[in-house]
Write a protein that binds this ligand. Sequence first.
Ligand SMILES: Cc1cc2nc3c(=O)[nH]c(=O)nc-3n(C[C@H](O)[C@H](O)[C@H](O)COP(=O)(O)OP(=O)(O)OC[C@H]3O[C@@H](n4cnc5c(N)ncnc54)[C@H](O)[C@@H]3O)c2cc1C
Length: 388
Amino acid sequence: MIRDEKRLAAILEAVRAFVRDECIPIEERVDLDDVLPEPVVDRMRALGLFGHSIPEAYGGAGLTTEELALVNIEVSRAAPVFRARFGGNTGIASEALIADGLDAQKRAWLPRLASGEITGCFALTEAEAGSDATALATRAVPARGADGRAGWRIDGTKRYITNAPIADLFTVFARTGDAARGAAGITAFLVPRGTPGLSTGPAYRKLGQHGSPVGEVRLDACWVPDDAVLGGEPGEGFRSAMRALNKQRINLAALCVGPALRLLDEAVAHARARRQFGQPIGDFQLVQAMLADSATEIAAARALVLETARRRDAGEDVTKDVSMCKLFASETCGRVADRAVQLLGGAGYLEGHPIVRLYRDVRLFRLYEGTSQIHQLNIAKHLLKGTP
Ligand SMILES: Cc1cc2nc3c(=O)[nH]c(=O)nc-3n(C[C@H](O)[C@H](O)[C@H](O)COP(=O)(O)OP(=O)(O)OC[C@H]3O[C@@H](n4cnc5c(N)ncnc54)[C@H](O)[C@@H]3O)c2cc1C
């Protein structure tokens, strides 16, 4: 649903200019240095990028799912690392709070996330709880604080957490029920940096998305008061995580379309410029087939994402469809990247061309927020049960 055509057009224009003039020119440097310069982050704050999905009442732009998908497609034409810097705040790190937070929690955190004053992160994954996210071993037990207040003591280690090394607010999922595994008895806690017992590890060295810090979150007798429980009700954390991921899968699918379009543009430019056998390689029909397949698959992914976003805005249950979006858009992006490398020939195996960098960057999309296999299982589960 597009709520305000004029406002959306202005946001899209500002994002396009930012991507073209301020992100793409420094992509190579960011990749080599593994650091996003702070002035670019300040520009993201000034442009309101941290708060696009956060309701207006809490300082954000309150974009609908479809509006946000259109913005995500534009923003992700630059290397994904730029979006990764603000994407937690306007995605996975705020969605659970928006969906299930108490008003006091929303007032405390959302305006600061929306402005980019603070950075949020979503700390679910653990060494033994990846695809099987219900196997969490991080545990929280009721405990009094030093001042006698009622609260919880959290112990455990989270891994692979985007923005953990720089985050100010951690949404930590921990087991509070008696069961050793399963979705019941998982609680989400809002834990600010500086809370004694919470620490983060250094950023990992990664295949791609250099400049986007991802690391561990350690909770060692980390005490938080009762009002840190997201939504105030222990045991509701897994439902909150799934609600957040449900929306996030549309965001992520849109974020696969942007790089795919960029890769296609780069591939077309190369097919026009590179000459072999006395003519541009774009004249060869086998090369044309690769370009045509990529263009067609990207158009299909874009249409699926926008249609699903519209249906979500209309209040439909799109649980199966968001898995289809994430699966199809991320696999499409991977195929487009692979064909683009193929079109480069030997240069596709050497560092230096944006296609090569994007090939490394987009590999992550098929792995996180549910691997392709987990989404296939989810889609099949709904088909077999006959649920939406
Ligand atoms: C750069 C990066 C950033 C991340 N950011 C975050 C974050 O911010 N917050 C967060 O909580 N997590 C984050 N993650 C974690 C990510 O979501 C997980 O890595 C992902 O869910 C897969 O879990 P795993 O790595 O343990 O793989 P595994 O679960 O061990 O999977 C290994 C393989 O087995 C397959 N497999 C597993 N189970 C099945 C099954 N039942 N049927 C068929 N195949 C199966 C998988 O598809 C995969 O191919 C991030 C990961 C990375 C790499």
